[in-house]
Design a protein. Structure first.
Length: 359
């Protein structure tokens, strides 16, 4: 049994369909996926807003779309900014849009509900590569914090910002984490023990795994099955985020949650401004020229517009559609929490979508 994309002429805009070929096997029958799930959190297209409908109209106007573009859109449907690959996940998608094909078969979040996995992507090899990448990146970022190095990457800035000033207790926790990352090829269970214990001790009655990033500490998906890989490859980074955030329990719990969201909001705004400028054919500006940022250094912020423009390349109709999908995804991801976000104060960051709706 194998599965494949259904011929495009039979697929409605905003959806993707995978069908089985040959003898049907359990779990491999294919299915239909709403590609706007990670924005709308609903499978009902009647709940799509005017922005989604306008972008779907762009898709309709393209005629037949190559499978390569469909795979990029499917990967985009996985996007979640809580993933430890965020915001590198945006760079990956921009690179793929520019190249016209899926470049890295990484899982960019947990929202795609196994669309690409059903097609044979996100297999043992790709998930192993992704886990090794996350482990290596966190190890480097934690080491830089210990050495007092100025953040050079977005992950550096997240780790440094969540940890704050160096204390003996924080240094001990980071030492335990890096020891695991150095020695354990499948570190999920070890990290859960270290970070979960630390959070419970530090937070006491405030310990609540309903809130992100603590939600992963009690999640069975974060655990390994014997010697096998963790069922949720993004859990390693989230568990580390939870552990280091809990070292700042002297701050209020609400302040900690706002701090955790602030990183994502700053980078969401920065990338939205860059993608929007490319779509509008205008020069991109650094987000730090208009916003006071805690996680975006001047150097990192200046690299984002340059990187987005270089990755996306010359405009064409398919790229515009995919870039518009990405801009809407950035704008809408996690918005079902119904909290005001940084991007709400900067409508120019998504002006392309507004113009598209008004046409």
């Amino acid at each position: 049994m194998s599965v494949e994309l259904l011929p495009y002429e039979h697929v409605p805009p905003g959806f993707e369909i995978v069908m089985g070929r040959g003898e049907v096997c359990p779990g491999s029958k294919g299915g239909i996926w709403n590609l706007w799930w990670n924005v709308q959190l609903s499978d009902d297209p009647r709940k799509w807003d005017a922005e989604i409908i306008a972008i779907n109209d762009l898709q309709t106007g393209l005629g037949l779309i190559d499978d390569d573009y469909r795979l990029i859109r499917a990967q985009m449907a996985e996007f979640c900014r809580v993933s430890p690959l965020f915001p590198e996940s945006i760079d990956i998608l921009c690179e793929e849009i520019g190249a016209g094909k899926m470049v890295k078969p990484y899982r960019l979040g947990c929202e795609g509900r196994n669309l690409l996995e059903s097609l044979g992507y996100h297999d043992e090899a790709s998930i192993g590569d992704q886990l090794a990448l996350i482990v290596g990146q966190y190890n480097k970022a934690l080491g830089k914090w210990l050495e007092g190095v100025t953040p050079e990457t977005p992950l550096d800035s997240r780790v440094s910002g969540l940890l704050g000033d160096i204390t003996e207790k924080k240094r001990d926790l980071v030492g335990e984490i890096t020891s695991v990352l150095d020695s354990d090829a499948m570190p999920c269970d070890s990290l859960l023990a270290i970070c979960g214990k630390g959070c419970r001790e530090q937070m006491g009655s405030n310990y609540d795994t309903r809130a992100r990033p603590l939600h992963c500490l009690d999640c069975e998906m974060a655990r390994t099955e014997g010697a096998q890989k963790p069922r949720c490859s993004c859990s390693v980074g989230i568990v580390i985020d939870a552990g280091i955030l809990c070292t700042r329990i002297h701050d209020s719990w609400r302040a900690l949650l706002n701090e955790y969201r602030r990183f994502a909001e700053e980078y969401t705004l920065a990338y939205s401004m860059a993608i929007n400028s490319w779509l509008c054919g205008k020069p991109a500006e650094s987000v730090t020229s208009t916003v006071e940022c805690g996680y975006l250094t001047e150097e990192i912020a200046s690299r984002i517009p340059e990187g987005v423009v270089a990755s996306l390349g010359v405009l064409d109709e398919c790229k515009v559609w995919l870039a518009a999908c990405l801009l809407k995804t950035l704008k809408g991801n996690q918005r079902w929490h119904e909290t005001e976000e940084l991007i709400d104060g900067y409508p120019k960051a998504t002006s392309y979508i507004d113009d598209l709706v008004s046409q």
